[in-house]
Design a protein around this ligand. Sequence first.
Ligand code: MN
Length: 236
Amino acid sequence: MTRPRIGLTLDADPARGRYELPAGYVDAVLLAGGLPILLPHAPQAAGAYLALLDALVVTGGAFDVPPELYGEPRRSACGPTKPERTAFEKDLLEAALAARLPVLGVCGGMQLMNVVRGGTLYQDLVADADLRGHEQPAPKDLPSHEARITPGSHLAALVGGAPLPVNSTHHQAVREPGAGVLVSARAPDGVVEAIELPDLPFAIGVQWHPEAAARHDPRHAALYAGLVQAARDARR
Ligand code: MN
């Protein structure tokens, strides 16, 4: 059977003139039976990319969503932003959701999914809410806290209802969920760890990195397997 084409947004390092992507994303898509399609930032080509894809992964990176996108002034604890990358990912994500294309948002990709639905973010968990313990030291793939899965959610159907050990390398998180956004997992301290859009066939965001955590727990691979299966279903 043909491999569904799974788009992966790239990170950019303009100072070095390079695009980058942790290989774990590519490996996870390949292992799940998908064909990874890497997406350089070309806002004028978002529609052309979309026509090529059967599903989309909005990846994470060491940068923050610009707070003006959720109607807040930038505070000092907010990290660096990559406005050109975010503008491209926002266009692509909005078009993918409108087309009911299966979407997985990872870390910053999950945060952007909430923002495009009108939700807000903590600009910094420690500064805004004194919530600590979400930026683990290396190695970044080891689990460092639990995610408690919302019963009956799409996420629960994929990874099961038991508490899921996850890695945690974020200083921001979902604050107010956007329109139609279901919180599908929380950390023991209440921080939102996963969201989904139940009005769509497959639109899930996770705050952790399943492509890195899968080597410690096969339940994480179910997220990529579910995405690839949804891409196959959508093709029919
Ligand atoms: Mn966390």
